[in-house]
Design a protein around this ligand. Structure first.
Ligand code: NAP
Length: 296
């Protein structure tokens, strides 16, 4: 890391727990590559978010990432937020302004860039989202914005999936995006094996399969995977989840969430520093993260 001096700008991440975060490695890696005088540190905080935000503001911390469990609760502590972040109901990036912190959701931007990087287009495709938590919500809005042929949500608790699909359908209508009549299907995990159709692009947005429970998968019925052409697991630890293995066994292409993680950080970096991070920096960051994940 470059030398810290009187001009060093401070950035960081708040959450609880925070010890596992890879974000400092990404942000400090970018600053080092671009020779920008900035440092990024983790802050384990408590639930008193007003106090946290006031403290960060008083100290002049220029940018903050927000992780579990504060992405929703932080919103009413801000001076404003980007319209997509408000629709998703989650903010993971704060930028210091004279009036307070302004919020963004770079998870959706990060996932978008991962898809672009991997050449995965959603227009006219049948899309499935597994899960109905915060990440699934961002994925659902992203998918809707790309005019897919259909969106199906599969979740343990169908009411949560319904709530997301209601908001996504309203968003699509407001923005003149045509989602065909059958677009907003909600099915249960047990029904997944009996799904009709083929060539689905599936986003795995549950926690199931996250290390150390590497052998778990939200859907075990292999009839489901026969209908999947592309699987994107938002999990990146382990690098190859059981979901990804099932997709590949059935002949599909599978990707993990590491690029999403990198790109959500890159998008935050670009918002904070008002620059474009050069493409050639990305493989260096990816290698650093992969090495670190291998070391455990
Ligand atoms: P969340 O809000 O807690 O949602 C978790 C989802 O998983 C819920 O839909 C939940 O179902 C489902 N789930 C949990 N345990 C389950 C089980 N045993 N069986 C079936 N379903 C189960 O979490 P999140 O913030 O959306 O994060 C989800 C995953 O995405 C995490 O693994 C996280 O690491 C990953 N993520 C990655 C990135 C990235 O940059 N790559 C960014 C954000 C998140 P119910 O609704 O029924 O409770």
């Amino acid at each position: 890391m470059a030398e810290i001096n009187g001009q060093t700008a401070i950035y960081g991440i708040i959450g609880n727990p925070i010890g596992h975060t890879l974000s400092p490695m990404i942000h400090n890696g970018i600053s080092e590559a671009l020779k920008i005088n900035a440092v990024y540190v983790p802050f384990a905080v408590n639930d008193d978010l007003s106090c946290v935000v006031n403290g960060l503001y008083s100290l002049g911390v220029k940018g903050i990432n927000v992780t579990v469990p504060y992405k929703r609760g932080i919103i009413d502590k801000l001076c404003g937020a980007d319209s997509m972040a408000l629709k998703i109901g989650a903010v993971n990036t704060l930028k210091l302004t004279p009036d307070g912190y302004y919020g963004y959701n770079t998870d959706i931007l990060g996932l978008d860039r991962e898809l672009e990087d991997e050449g995965i287009g959603l227009k006219g495709r049948d899309v499935i989202i597994l899960g109905a938590g915060g990440a699934a919500r961002a994925a659902a809005f992203l998918c809707a914005s790309k005019s897919p042929a259909s969106i199906t949500m599969i979740n343990r608790t169908p009411e949560k999936a319904q709530a997301i699909m209601d908001d996504v359908t309203a968003y699509a209508q407001e923005n003149g995006i045509y989602l065909p009549g059958s677009a907003a299907d909600i099915i249960t995990i047990e029904e997944a094996g009996r799904l009709q159709g083929n060539g689905y692009i599936v986003f795995q947005c549950t926690n199931v399969g996250l290390a150390p429970k590497d052998n778990e998968c939200v859907i075990d019925d292999m009839r489901f995977y026969d209908k999947v052409s592309t699987g994107v697991d938002l999990i990146y630890r382990p690098a190859k989840t059981m979901f990804m293995k099932h997709v590949e066994t059935a002949g599909g292409a599978a990707y993990n969430g590491l690029k999403m993680l990198i790109y959500q950080a890159v998008c935050a970096y670009e918002i904070w520093h008002d620059i474009k991070v050069p493409r050639e920096v990305i493989p260096k960051i990816e290698k650093m993260l992969n090495d670190s994940l291998k070391e455990g």
